[in-house]
Design a protein around this ligand. Structure first.
Ligand SMILES: [Zn+2]
Length: 210
């Protein structure tokens, strides 16, 4: 199993590609601009097809190419509380970059949080971490000791909480109850910026510390 990351336009959003060449399968986490053209050569070279697009949340910079990915008959997974943002991005029109259109994408599988998905043959726990958006989740890849954590926490930072449905107290609760409770050496792969670990943030995150 390999994890590749891509930092993509228009505002430096990370997408992650989990690849299982032995299965001929791959899974994509988030869909910023240019993600399809970024991953296509890798999928082709490794002989892998995408089995799912897993959205950490419904903000436009993470969903810009969700519809494009879905056209390849790839099911889209998203938390129920962010489903509306993905299917009707005009809800966030006030927060879009000028001139940028976001194509609506249909969500095929609604997540609730708390479920364990099987992704590329591995158990992946979905943890509900609202606060940055109402339906933010993280995907905890137990066997990899890693979590694709979206915009809830960053290295030395946290996600903004001033967007619709967000709130700092909710975010803080998510971080304390559902992120800081992961094994301490879990690597966090956030939606923006470099990776970090649970332990590092618990000790030194200036916004939510122990
Ligand atoms: Zn966001």
């Amino acid at each position: 199993m390999e994890l590749r990351y891509f930092e993509l336009p228009p505002i430096g959003t990370n997408a992650y590609l989990l690849i299982a060449p032995e299965r001929g399968e791959a899974a994509l986490f988030d869909a910023p601009l240019e993600v399809t053209t970024s991953i296509a050569p890798i999928l082709e070279k490794r002989g892998c097809r995408l089995t799912g697009l897993y959205l950490t949340h419904g903000h436009w910079d993470h969903t810009l190419e969700a519809a494009e990915v879905r056209r390849g008959e790839v099911p889209v997974y998203c938390h129920v509380a962010d489903r509306g943002l993905v299917e009707d991005p005009s809800q966030m029109a006030d927060f879009l970059l000028p001139g940028l259109g976001v194509e609506p994408a249909q969500v095929d599988v609604e997540l609730q949080g708390g479920e364990v998905l099987e992704i590329l043959g591995e158990a992946v726990e979905v943890r509900f971490v609202p606060g940055h958006s109402p339906g933010s989740v993280l995907f905890y890849l137990r066997d990899q000791g890693a979590a694709i954590s979206g915009d809830t926490i960053f290295r030395g930072g946290v996600g903004r909480t001033d967007l619709p449905g967000g709130g700092f107290e909710i975010l803080e609760g998510s971080i304390r109850q559902r992120i800081y409770t992961l094994p301490q050496d879990t690597i966090l792969y956030p939606g923006h910026g470099p990776s970090t670990t649970v332990e590092q943030e618990r000790r030194s995150n200036p916004f939510v510390h122990d």
